[in-house]
Design a protein around this ligand. Structure first.
Ligand code: SF4
Ligand code: SF4
Length: 153
């Protein structure tokens, strides 16, 4: 579901341009307002929607998501720690969804640089770096204890 900009709400701040991983949010040189120049290349990540301080970016939902004529608004409220989605159907019905921005406290996730560098032996391990500690699984990851049958993949 690609995005588009309500030009009358946009103030041209450029946050969506800075954050778009597909580099398709541009500031129109004439209107000085943001525009999604290539919706077909939209990753549908909604980073721009969540970053827009004017709530000026909407999502163009596919017909299998909601019947044509609906609108989808997304609002990221950092002070409340929530992301809300408002889906308005063309018959006037409204559905609201509120999700936490994250489920762990701010600042509680260690940066990669805070972990020690992997040892040489780690390169021969099936586990990813800092597993199982990072996954908080005590006693190690589960291993396959069954036997493979010959000829069965
Ligand atoms: Fe760019 Fe993602 Fe917004 Fe699409 S949803 S325009 S890829 S930031
Ligand atoms: Fe416009 Fe919002 Fe993009 Fe800023 S982040 S340029 S207000 S659409």
């Amino acid at each position: 579901m690609p995005t588009f900009v309500y030009m009358t709400s946009c103030d041209g701040c450029g946050h969506c341009v800075d954050i778009c991983p597909s580099d398709i949010m541009h500031i129109d040189p004439v209107t000085r307002r943001a525009v999604n120049i290539e919706p077909n290349f939209c990753w549908e990540c909604y980073s721009c929607v969540k970053a827009c301080p004017q709530n000026a970016i909407d999502v163009r939902g596919y017909a299998d998501f909601a019947p044509m004529g609906h609108s989808v608004r997304c609002l990221r409220e950092e002070e409340k720690g929530t992301i809300s989605w408002k889906l308005k159907f063309r018959d006037g019905r409204v559905k609201d969804f509120v999700s936490p921005i994250r489920t762990t406290p701010w600042g509680s996730i260690k940066a990669v640089t805070e972990y020690s560098a992997p040892s040489d032996a780690a390169f021969d391990s099936q586990e990813l770096a800092h597993e199982p500690e990072y996954l908080k699984i005590e006693g190690g990851l589960p291993t396959y204890s069954g036997k493979f049958k010959e000829g069965v993949v």
